[in-house]
Design a protein around this ligand. Structure first.
Ligand code: COS
Length: 384
């Protein structure tokens, strides 16, 4: 499956080294300042991290899904905020253009996303539409060669940093559901586009979200993704199929990091005259975590290979997101438990990770939405 094993190994080794030597030492600073230092962002650009999945013809590394999840396993062994900064360019922010954009749209935006000159974000969620994404109320009304967009998008990752927004809006008010929705690229600085204040989140400090507000925001009709109305919801769903696999891989990597920390602590911490790793109740938590991480890792790799084979992996992506994000939550909980009181104070990274990983069970589709997608696909397939 891997096109060139040697190049891939070099990439994965350099990612692992960058995480170990540059990102892990900066975790506390990022959590305290809520900012990723500018020199680290520059190094991320130099390493090509913003363009991992963007096709080579547009300046990216063009990783296959399998290569992407292998890279994500490495990038995730540190604060998820670092991944979040490059995550939208590689995933939900750029994929709409990649899967459904016109050649001209791709040529115009993708090279800047691949280099990290532009950050892209994905604006689907609204104050009144989260899980029920097809009920979104943002409108885009055609006026000659423009669309006028009105509405508010909520919790938009990287919105404060973004240079372009992939925006889902209703172009046909007569169709209440998915068929009335179209996708647009809206550039930062377009009159009528403004941002809300940055959200104060439970975790993932250094990764920013805020509202994106459109008030009579005029966007050229050339920025309708694919030049086609009414298919924007499908574009969003295709983007999320891939995004959910990527997040699943991140869950695996973060869980591995938390388990490494917990194992090291258990081997150093002495109680009752011996390292706590010697106690079977601690060993059970270590072993359950290891087994579950292995299961999630295997699922993610299998689904990624299927996607590279051209299969529809909507069900598998949801299975991975469901299992890997819940697994990550269980590992976080056990990692805190193994640390005991130390796991509850910020001196140990596990306290921060426990808060950071809570988001994985919510964004890019909650656990309950993944259950719904899986079951609906099963019923649909069985009725064929
Ligand atoms: N790929 C391509 N097309 C898809 C698709 C996919 N994975 N999933 C759905 N579609 C298509 C359907 O085939 C349907 O098209 P037709 O009308 O031509 O048949 C259309 O999209 C509407 O699909 P559906 O009827 O399933 O839409 P619903 O409104 O019932 O809801 C869910 C679908 C709930 C699954 C969707 O709204 C969802 O994923 N919600 C969670 C949103 C989310 O993840 N938000 C996170 C914020 S982004 S970080």
């Amino acid at each position: 499956m891997i096109r060139d094993q040697e190049t891939l190994s070099i990439l994965l080794d350099s990612l692992a080294r960058f995480v170990r030597e540059r990102l892990v030492p900066a975790e506390n600073e990022v959590a305290e300042t809520d900012e990723i230092p500018a020199d680290i962002v520059s190094e991320m650009r130099e390493l090509g991290l913003f363009g991992l999945t963007i096709p080579e013809e547009y300046g990216g590394l063009g990783l296959t899904m399998e290569e992407e999840v292998l890279a994500a396993f490495e990038i995730a062994k540190t604060s998820p905020a670092f991944r979040s900064l490059v995550g939208t360019n590689n995933g939900i922010g750029s994929q709409g253009l990649i899967v459904d954009g016109t050649d001209e749209q791709k040529r115009h935006y993708l090279p800047k996303l691949a280099s990290g000159e532009l950050i892209a974000s994905f604006a689907l969620t609204e104050p009144g539409s989260g899980s029920d994404a097809a009920s979104l109320r943002t409108t885009a009304v055609r006026e000659r060669d423009h669309y006028v967009i009105n509405g508010t998008k909520r919790f938009i990752t990287n919105a404060p940093e973004a240079g372009i927004y992939t925006v889902m809006a209703r172009t046909n008010p007569d169709i209440k559901g998915a068929g009335g929705i179209s996708a647009f690229i809206v550039e930062k600085g377009t009159p009528g586009l403004s941002l809300g204040k940055i959200d104060k989140k439970m975790g993932q400090q250094g990764a920013h979200t805020c509202d994106v507000i459109f008030e009579n925001c005029r966007v050229s009709a050339a920025n309708l993704i694919g030049g086609k109305e009414g298919v924007g919801f499908k574009t969003a769903m295709k983007v999320l199929d891939k995004g959910r696999l990527h997040i699943s891989a991140i869950c695996v990597g973060v869980a591995e990091r938390m388990l490494d920390d917990a194992l090291r602590y258990a081997m150093e911490r002495k109680q009752f005259g011996q390292p706590i790793a010697g106690f079977q109740l601690i060993q059970a938590m270590l072993a359950d975590s290891r087994a579950e991480i292995y299961a999630a890792r295997s699922m993610v790799l299998d689904a990624a290979r299927r996607r590279d084979d051209g299969q529809d992996v909507s069900t598998e992506a949801s299975c991975c997101k469901l299992f890997a994000s819940e697994m990550c939550g269980r590992v976080a909980d056990r990692a805190v438990q193994i640390h005991g009181g130390a796991g509850y104070v910020s001196e140990y990274a596990v306290e921060r990770f426990y808060r950071d990983v809570r988001l994985f069970r919510i964004y890019e589709g909650t656990t309950q939405i993944q259950q719904l997608v899986i079951a609906r696909n099963m019923i649909r397939d069985a009725s064929r």
